[in-house]
Design a protein around this ligand. Structure first.
Ligand code: S3P
Length: 177
């Protein structure tokens, strides 16, 4: 993980696989910091006026990623926010160059079997592959893992560590900066 050089952290950026618990943590961090949550998925949905699944269906993944980069550029101009990123944000290195300066980037992680259980009970997300949730998680989780690691300052585990403890860890890190 990277050591931060700049002293002033102006936003918290949550990255990590789908189902790892980014949105739950984002809401709790918003309460702690009094900073609002900005969700990249919600911003894309608002921009295109369609749900993520419909956007992917209509335009394909590559176009969805372009929309994602477009909203990230806007978000990167804002400070004192908690950014709840879509799980694939690390797929494009440019995205992380846009987001990283002056951010505390937190990798919200959990073991893939735990993630799989959470995803199987949620019907709204589009599959990354045609093959089903299991290959989706197993193939993409392990492929993305080094990227989440590369771009984060801190990793927290929502599968084995309590929610409150994770919030405390992040807040402690924020106060250090
Ligand atoms: C994606 C994760 C989703 C959403 C889109 C693509 C991914 O966000 O951006 O379906 O590539 O992992 P969440 O991580 O919030 O589910």
């Amino acid at each position: 993980m990277n050591q931060k050089m700049d002293a002033s952290i102006r936003r918290v950026v949550l990255i990590g696989f789908r189902g790892a618990g980014k949105s739950t943590l984002a809401r709790a961090l918003a309460v702690e910091t009094k900073w609002p949550v900005v969700s990249t998925d919600e911003r894309v949905e608002k921009l295109i006026e369609l749900k993520i699944a419909e956007i992917v269906d209509k335009f394909g993944w590559a176009k969805f990623r372009d929309f994602e980069t477009k909203v990230l550029r806007e978000i990167s101009r804002k400070t004192q926010i908690i950014v709840d990123c879509g799980g694939g944000v690390i797929e494009n290195s440019q995205n992380m160059e846009i987001l990283r300066p002056q951010s505390l980037v937190v990798w919200v992680d959990a073991a893939p079997d735990i993630i799989l259980k959470r995803l199987e009970s949620n019907k709204e997300r589009p599959l990354l592959t045609e093959a089903g949730w299991k290959p989706d998680v197993w193939v993409h989780y392990f492929r993305r893992k080094p990227l989440y690691e590369k771009y984060s300052d801190l990793r927290i585990d929502t599968g084995t560590v309590s929610h409150d403890q994770n919030i405390e860890t992040i807040m402690k890190e924020l106060r250090k900066k």
